[in-house]
Ligand binder design. Structure first.
Ligand SMILES: Nc1ncnc2c1ncn2[C@@H]1O[C@H](COP(=O)(O)OP(=O)(O)OP(=O)(O)O)[C@@H](O)[C@H]1O
Ligand SMILES: [Mg+2]
Length: 149
């Protein structure tokens, strides 16, 4: 690739990472995506917000989607488009029966496990957009955040 081509794609970048469904992998995903976002020069607050939202999504796939079954995989795709980072978290777990109810604050199907039902609320608060698509073959969570200069 010559310099001219490099300029054309200057503000576009993409990464994917797939991890086994184990909570120990949350830190790996968090750090990888945080490092990927560095080129947008985010503030410490912005990077912490992205990390927290991402962790909630990945944790949901592991805890709810795969229900503790470590044979599953969680697929994370991060894309930089201009000054915005788009993050997609996908699992092939059991899915969410009622997405509209699930994204409401304090809704949890695991109240016994000290879950507060605030994961989606945190994602909504810290990111600019949140989209959840789910069926009995799995769940896709998409979110984006603009990093203003
Ligand atoms: N990937 C997923 N697969 C299956 N169900 C999910 C998934 N993500 C979320 N859910 C369902 O949506 C509910 C709400 O998720 P949310 O993250 O808001 O709360 P929580 O995980 O129960 O609690 P917290 O995140 O506060 O520990 C979950 O209790 C679960 O029933
Ligand atoms: Mg959660």
């Amino acid at each position: 690739m010559n310099n001219k081509d490099d300029k054309k794609v200057f503000n576009q970048n993409k990464m994917t990472i797939s991890v086994q469904s184990k909570t120990v992998n949350e830190a790996l995903v968090r750090s990888s995506v945080a490092a990927f976002c560095a080129e947008l020069d985010p503030t410490v607050d912005q990077i912490n917000e992205i990390k927290t939202a991402l962790t909630e999504a990945v944790n949901n796939s592991i805890v709810h989607g795969y229900d503790g079954d470590i044979k599953g995989f969680v697929h994370i795709e991060a894309t930089i488009n201009g000054d915005t980072v788009h993050i997609r978290v996908q699992d092939q777990g059991k899915g969410i029966a009622d997405v509209e109810a699930a994204i409401k604050p304090f809704y949890t199907t695991k109240p016994d496990q000290e879950r507060s039902g605030m994961g989606f609320t945190v994602m909504e608060a810290f990111m600019d957009n949140l989209k959840v698509v789910s069926n009995d073959r799995g769940t896709v969570v998409e979110m984006s955040k603009r990093i203003k200069a």
